[in-house]
Design a protein around this ligand. Structure first.
Ligand code: GLC
Ligand code: GLC
Length: 803
C-alpha cells in the first residue's frame, strides 16, 4: 500500500493523506540553521547543534506522537482547521504534503478556503520561512482569524527536558510590533536570541504557553483560538512561546499571502543591548527586511532549487529502471547530503541530545557526499582527523559546535582509524587534490601538535598493526563497526553502557571484519603512497596487508564463510560451531570487497550469506538470532531476536554485499540485493515498512522478529552513502580514480545499458553503456584499452562502453 507517489519532475514525494504509518519527515537548511519537518508540520529547528542550540521545542516521547512544531490555525466561522491537518485535527476537504529538496509544501482546504503553506530555509540565512497563501474559493466573503505559533526551547535541549527547577524560572521574551523575540538567558552568558515574526500587523499575541492553551488543553484546542482572541500574555518563566494572531478578509476568489519567519541571530559582545535589558535587534530586523515580501520568498526558493539542480547534475543516470534512476538522481543523493550535515544527531529517532558527529559515521557519510561538494568534504576530513590521538586511536565522536572529541564516549573502537584512510583516499580520487595530504592536522585538537594529514593515515593503519591478537588478527577493542558486538564488555549492571565499559579487557578478542577493512584500505593507502613517491612505505603496507590477508585465510575462514570474530576466550564467533549467531554479514561483505581468497572464496561466502541471511527486504546481520543474553557477546544479545544488531536487516551493511557481488562479477545478484531495500522499490509495501518511502532506514525487522519487514530509524544511517557507492560505483560501475574515470558496470541481465552524466574534475563525462558485439571502451569515438577513461581536458567528454 502507498500513501503518496513520487513526482520525479518536481523532485518531490507527494503524500496524499495525513495518516502515514509514522511521521514522514524532511530536512530544511544547508548551512547553520536546520529544521526537521514532518508531513503534518511537526518537528523543530536548531542552529548548528541540535543539543546545544535548540530553537524550538519538541517532545520525542509525546502522545500523540509528533504534536507541536509549526502551529497554524485558520478560524472560519465555527470551524478551526490547520493546513497540514495538525494541530487542529479537523478533517480537511483535501490535504497533501509535498516534500521537496530543502522545502515542504502543505496544501489543505476546508469549507471553500484553501491554504498552501510552503516552508523552507533559504541558503545562507538563519531563518525558516513559512509562506501561507490563503484563497477564498467559495462564493461568499470569508472573515478569517489566523494564528501562527511556535514553542521555544530554552537552548540546551537536554536541560530543557530535565532541569525544570531552573527552567521554569528563566524564560524571557520581548515583543515589538509583529515580532516576538525569545531572549532566555540573554542577560548573562548568551549573546544569541531567536524571533518569530509575520509580515503584517497582528491583532494580538501570546507568549506564555499555558495562558494561550488554557488548563487541560493541548495544541489541538488552545483556549485563545477557541475564543478567537489573544491574551497578550508576557512570558515570565514557564514555557515561552510566540503566538501571533491576524485577521484576513477575503472576497470570493481573492487570495492573501502571509510570510511568517522564524529566525536566530547573534550579537557581538559590545553590542548586546540597545537599552538596559533590551536586546539589540538590528540583526533580526536586517534579516527580516531581506524576506519581507512573497517575491523575496519565491526568489529564495528558486535559488534553492537551482542549487539542487546544480548539485544533482554532477551525477545523473537514465536507464530502463525508473526506480533506480529516481534513487540515484534524486533521493539517494539528497539523503547523502542530510547524513553529511546531521551525522547521527537529529532525526525522529536520534533526539539530537545524544550523539554528536561520529568518527566512523562521518567518514563513511563522506563516501556518498564527496562528489557533491568536495570543499566541504575536505574541511570535514580535517575536523575528523583533528580528534585523533598520537597513537592512531581516536575519539569516537565530537560536538559540531566545539569540534572537540567527546570525552564521555572516549575511544577504543578499533575500526575507527581505518575509516579515515577510506574517506581520504576517496577524496583524493575524486578531486586529484593531493595537497590535502600535506595539510597540517593536530592530534586531539592540541595547538602545536600538527603533522601532515598523511601521517595521520599512517598512524591509523599502524594502530591496527600494533593491536593484534593471538591469531594475528586485529583486536576488536570496545567494538568495531558493529557497535553491539562487545567482546570485552561482560556487563551485568543495568544501564551500564555496552559501548564504553570493558569489565574484562582480555587483550584477545579479535575482529575478522577489521581484518577485511585493513586489507582493503591498507592497499588503498599503499597505492596512495606510491602515487606520491613513498614507495618504501607503500611496499611496507602492502606486505602488512598480505600478512593480515594470510591470517584471515588461516584463521578467519570457517569452511563456507568468513568468521566474524574471536571472543575473549579465543572462541570463534559467527561459526558453524556456534549454536546461535552462526554467520554474520559484515565479514562476507568486507572480506570479499577486499578480495581475500579471490573469487572462489568470495562466491562461497556470498552464497552462504544469501542462504542463511537473505530475506525479501535484504540480508540480516546475523543468523540465528541470539535468544539469550550472553555477557561475552555483549549488546547484540540484549536485543530481542530480529531487532537491531540482533538479526534485523541492518541496512548499512547490505550495500557491502552488493559491492561484494560486483567484485565477484555477479551483476544479477548485485542488483537483486540492491533493490530489496532501495526505498523506491518497496514503496508499495509502505504499510509494512512504515518509514518514509523516499529514504533509507537503519534497520528493518528480520524474520525472527514479531514485526518482520517493519523499518525504524529512518534518515540518519550510513546506508545512504554506501547505497550510493554501491549503485553508482558498483552496479553502474562509474568510479573516480587517480588517473581518470573507471567505467566498469556490473549490470543485471534485465538492464541493457544506461546513459549517465558524471561531472568529474571539471569535465562533463557523457557515458553510454550498451550491450553489443562491438565490445570495448571508446572515448570521443576512439578505442581505449582497459576500463579507465583518461582525464579529459575539455569541457565535455563522450564515453561509450559496449559490454
Ligand atoms: C549505528 C552507528 C554506527 C554503527 C552501527 C552498527 O548506526 O551509528 O556507528 O556502525 O550502528 O552498530
Ligand atoms: C546502540 C545501537 C547502535 C548504535 C549505538 C550508538 O548500541 O544499537 O545501533 O550504533 O547504540 O551508541
Amino acid at each position: 500500500m502507498r500513501y503518496g507517489y513520487f513526482d520525479d519532475t518536481a523532485r518531490e514525494y507527494v503524500i496524499t493523506r495525513a495518516d502515514t504509518p509514522l511521521p514522514w519527515i524532511n530536512y530544511l537548511g544547508s548551512d547553520g540553521f536546520f529544521s526537521l519537518i514532518s508531513n503534518t508540520c511537526g518537528g523543530y529547528s536548531f542552529y548548528k547543534d541540535a543539543k546545544l542550540r535548540r530553537i524550538t521545542r519538541f517532545r520525542y516521547n509525546n502522545v500523540p506522537h509528533d504534536d507541536g512544531g509549526r502551529l497554524f490555525y485558520i478560524c472560519d466561522g465555527d470551524t478551526t482547521w490547520s493546513p497540514a491537518f495538525l494541530p487542529a485535527k479537523t478533517p480537511l476537504d483535501h490535504c497533501r504534503c509535498r516534500h521537496g529538496l530543502g522545502y515542504s509544501v502543505f496544501e489543505g482546504g476546508k469549507n471553500g478556503v484553501s491554504a498552501e503553506l510552503t516552508v523552507t530555509v533559504p541558503r545562507h540565512t538563519d531563518m525558516e520561512l513559512q509562506k501561507l497563501v490563503l484563497k477564498n474559493e467559495s462564493t461568499e466573503e470569508k472573515k478569517l482569524t489566523v494564528y501562527g505559533a511556535v514553542e521555544w526551547c530554552l537552548w540546551n535541549a537536554v536541560d530543557d527536558a530535565a532541569n525544570f527547577q531552573r527552567n521554569w524560572n528563566i524564560g524571557e521574551v520581548e515583543i515589538e510590533g509583529s515580532t516576538v523575540f525569545h531572549k532566555t538567558e540573554y542577560r548573562e552568558r548568551r549573546n544569541h536570541y531567536a524571533f518569530y515574526s509575520v509580515n503584517a500587523p497582528v491583532d494580538g499575541f501570546d507568549t506564555d504557553r499555558d495562558t494561550f492553551l488554557g488548563r487541560f488543553r493541548g495544541w489541538s484546542e488552545p483556549r485563545a483560538v477557541e475564543e478567537r482572541t489573544s491574551f497578550r500574555s508576557i512570558a515570565a518563566g514557564w514555557a515561552p512561546i510566540a503566538a501571533l494572531r491576524l485577521s484576513v478578509t477575503l472576497a470570493p476568489g481573492e487570495s492573501s499571502t502571509l510570510l511568517f519567519r522564524l529566525g536566530y541571530a547573534e550579537n557581538p559582545p559590545g553590542r548586546k543591548f540597545s537599552a538596559p535589558d533590551v536586546v539589540n535587534k538590528e540583526r533580526a530586523y536586517a534579516m527580516l527586511a531581506a524576506y519581507e515580501t512573497p517575491a523575496q520568498f519565491d526568489a529564495a526558493l528558486e535559488e534553492l532549487k537551482a542549487y539542487w539542480d546544480a548539485l544533482l547534475s554532477r551525477f545523473t543516470v537514465r536507464s530502463s529502471e525508473d526506480k533506480l534512476d529516481r534513487m540515484v538522481n534524486i533521493w539517494n543523493q539528497y539523503q547523502c547530503m542530510v547524513t553529511f550535515n546531521m551525522s547521527r544527531s537529529a532525526s525522529y529517532y536520534e533526539s539530537g541530545m545524544g550523539r554528536g558527529m561520529g568518527f566512523r559515521d562521518s567518514c563513511q557519510d563522506l563516501l556518498g557526499f564527496v562528489h557533491l561538494i568536495p570543499e566541504r568534504a575536505r574541511e570535514r576530513i580535517h575536523d575528523i582527523a583533528s580528534i585523533q590521538s598520537r597513537d592512531g586511536s581516536t575519539y569516537h565522536q565530537y560536538q559540531p559546535l566545539t569540534k572537540r572529541g567527546n570525552a564521555d564516549v572516549g575511544s577504543g573502537f578499533n575500526d575507527d582509524p581505518l575509516w579515515l584512510v577510506a574517506c581520504t583516499c576517496a577524496y583524493v580520487r575524486e578531486t586529484g587534490d593531493f595537497s590535502i595530504l600535506d595539510e597540517p592536522t593536530p592530534f586531539n585538537n592540541e595547538e602545536g601538535s600538527e603533522v601532515p594529514l598523511m601521517e595521520h593515515l599512517r598512524r591509523s593503519l599502524n594502530y591496527t598493526l600494533t593491536h593484534r591478537g593471538p591469531h594475528g588478527l586485529p583486536l576488536i577493542g570496545r567494538a568495531d563497526w558493529n557497535d553491539c558486538l562487545n567482546l570485552n564488555c561482560f556487563s551485568h549492571t543495568p544501564g551500564e553502557s555496552f559501548q564504553t565499559c570493558s569489565n574484562y579487557e582480555s587483550g584477545k578478542a579479535e575482529s575478522v571484519f577489521i581484518a577485511g577493512m585493513f586489507v582493503k584500505y591498507g592497499r588503498e593507502y599503499a597505492e596512495l603512497c606510491e602515487r606520491i613517491g613513498l614507495s618504501a612505505e607503500g611496499e611496507k603496507m602492502r606486505a602488512a596487508a598480505g600478512e593480515i590477508e594470510a591470517a584471515t585465510l588461516a584463521h578467519g575462514w570457517d569452511g563456507e564463510w568468513f568468521l566474524r570474530a574471536y571472543d575473549a576466550f579465543e572462541r570463534p564467533v559467527g561459526s558453524r560451531e556456534n549454536d546461535e549467531g552462526r554467520i554474520f554479514i559484515e565479514p562476507q561483505g568486507f572480506c570479499v570487497m577486499a578480495g581475500i581468497g579471490g573469487t572462489e572464496y568470495g562466491k562461497r561466502a556470498l552464497a552462504s550469506a544469501e542462504a542463511h541471511l537473505g530475506n525479501e527486504f535484504g540480508m540480516e546481520v546475523l543468523h540465528p538470532c541470539y535468544t539469550t543474553y550472553r555477557d561475552y557477546i555483549g549488546e547484540i544479545s540484549s536485543y530481542p531476536p530480529g531487532y537491531k544488531e540482533n538479526g534485523s536487516v541492518f541496512c548499512h551493511n547490505n550495500p557491502w554485499i552488493t559491492l561484494a557481488y560486483c567484485t565477484v562479477g555477479d551483476g544479477d545478484a548485485a542488483f537483486n540485493m540492491y533493490r530489496r531495500n532501495a526505498p523506491a522499490y518497496i514503496e508499495d509495501r509502505s504499510e509494512v515498512h512504515r518509514t518514509e518511502p523516499y529514504c533509507y532506514s537503519q534497520t528493518i525487522a528480520g524474520r525472527q522478529a514479531r514485526t518482520f519487514g517493519e523499518a525504524k530509524n529512518s534518515w540518519l544511517t550510513g546506508t545512504a552513502a554506501w547505497s550510493f557507492v554501491a549503485v553508482s560505483q558498483g552496479i553502474l560501475g562509474i568510479r573516480p580514480d587517480y588517473d581518470g574515470l573507471i567505467v566498469d558496470p556490473s549490470l543485471p541481465k534485465c538492464m541493457d545499458g544506461f546513459h549517465a552524466v558524471r561531472l568529474f574534475r571539471g569535465t562533463r563525462y557523457e557515458i553510454t553503456v550498451r550491450r553489443g558485439e562491438d565490445k570495448g571502451l571508446r572515448v570521443d569515438g576512439k578505442p581505449v584499452g582497459g576500463k579507465t577513461v583518461p582525464l579529459a581536458s575539455g569541457a565535455v567528454c563522450s564515453v561509450e562502453l559496449v559490454i
